[in-house]
Design a protein around this ligand. Structure first.
Ligand SMILES: Cc1cc2nc3c(=O)[nH]c(=O)nc-3n(C[C@H](O)[C@H](O)[C@H](O)COP(=O)(O)OP(=O)(O)OC[C@H]3O[C@@H](n4cnc5c(N)ncnc54)[C@H](O)[C@@H]3O)c2cc1C
Length: 311
């Protein structure tokens, strides 16, 4: 971002604007370089105002949620990183029918808040999201899933804002949902920002919902490294297999590169054991890919989104 672009952004009057923000403070990996700017927007009106400046100044941008599936290169990101706050955290019941209830949730809402709100409302269907440290926007974008369930299965529609600030509602039938991916029926999401999502849920007793959540959390405790800085599973599971099984079978559990380590608890979790750089993590990921390919002929593909400026 050049000086003129910075000055123009600074003059935009957006309260949530910061420059040269270390992204390691905003990603669960606790690693990665700075974003030239990070803007927390509170409303659609602010988002549109920001997008107008970004378009006028030709500043590239990226929307993120809670940074739990991201790794920013050590060299950083030279554009604007946008986070949806304020009114994008809203949760409302939109329609209560005899067989289902439709809720609308802002994309900035934390999954933990959504799950506990649903429990309190007696609304079942999203319990599997408990323990995933992302936002609604990130979960929809990634079609996050666990225990055989995926976000897309409960999705009724999304609200999408394009780079010109144009808002449209898109029904789930017009989306292409696949393993850890959401696309539009006619192409990729590109720079489109999900600002809200509608989910159809079922009625159940709050105690039943809470007890399913507690059981999922318990299962997570046994299988995943508790408290370690990571982005969850680093690689997608290949068809009919598990990335963690393959990495473990390649003898890499506990292997490290700098301060990045393949978790001894779950081999698909790359963890930052303290002060790892993005380069450490990427080198370790490449090692895992190379050894799994050499032994099993399977090319592991990262699930984690790697953010870097194009060369
Ligand atoms: C301990 C741990 C456990 C995890 N367990 C699971 C699990 O069981 N299942 C699973 O699927 N994932 C899991 N994850 C990964 C991660 O939490 C999910 O992918 C989550 O949905 C990402 O949400 P986020 O808000 O953090 O997205 P971010 O990491 O901030 O972003 C991820 C991607 O989504 C895009 N994005 C974010 N918000 C928006 C938006 N509003 N509009 C458009 N694009 C957007 C970003 O540009 C980026 O490409 C885990 C991660 C951790 C650290």
């Amino acid at each position: 971002m050049n000086g003129r672009q910075r000055a123009r952004l600074a003059a935009s009057g957006l309260a949530g604007l910061r420059f040269d923000v270390p992204m390691r403070e905003h990603c669960t990996f606790r690693a990665g370089g700075p974003a030239a700017s990070l803007i927390d927007v509170q409303s659609v009106e602010e988002l549109r105002r920001l997008l107008a400046v970004l378009a006028e100044e030709e500043i590239k941008f990226l929307v993120i949620g809670r940074g739990s599936n991201l790794l920013v290169a050590d060299s950083g990101y030279s554009g604007a990183v946008i986070r949806l706050k304020g009114e994008f955290n809203a949760l409302v019941v939109q329609e209560r029918g005899p067989d289902f209830t439709m809720i609308k949730v802002g994309a900035g809402c934390a999954l933990g808040k959504l799950v506990s709100w649903c429990g309190g409302q007696g609304l079942a269907g999203l319990e599997f999201l408990v323990g995933i440290p992302g936002s609604v926007g990130g979960a929809v974008r990634m079609n996050a899933g666990a225990w055989g369930c995926e976000t897309g299965a409960r999705l009724a529609a999304i609200e999408l804002v394009d780079k010109t600030g144009h808002i449209r509602q898109i029904a789930a039938a017009e989306l292409r949902l696949s393993y850890r991916k959401l696309a539009l029926a006619d192409g990729e999401l590109g720079s489109g920002m999900i600002t809200a999502a509608w989910f159809h849920l079922a009625a159940d007793q709050p105690e039943q919902i809470r007890s399913r959540c507690a059981a999922y959390l318990e299962r997570r405790k046994g299988k995943q490294p508790a408290g370690a800085a990571s982005a969850g599973s680093f690689f997608k599971n290949p068809p009919d297999d598990f990335a963690g099984r393959l990495i473990e079978a390649a003898g890499l559990k506990g292997a490290s590169c700098g301060a990045a380590m393949i978790s001894p608890v779950h081999a698909n979790f790359l963890v930052n054991s303290g002060g790892a750089t993005a380069a450490d993590i990427l080198a370790l990921a490449e090692r895992a890919q190379a050894e799994v390919f050499a032994r099993f002929g399977i090319r592991l593909e990262p699930e984690v989104k790697i953010i870097r400026d194009e060369a």
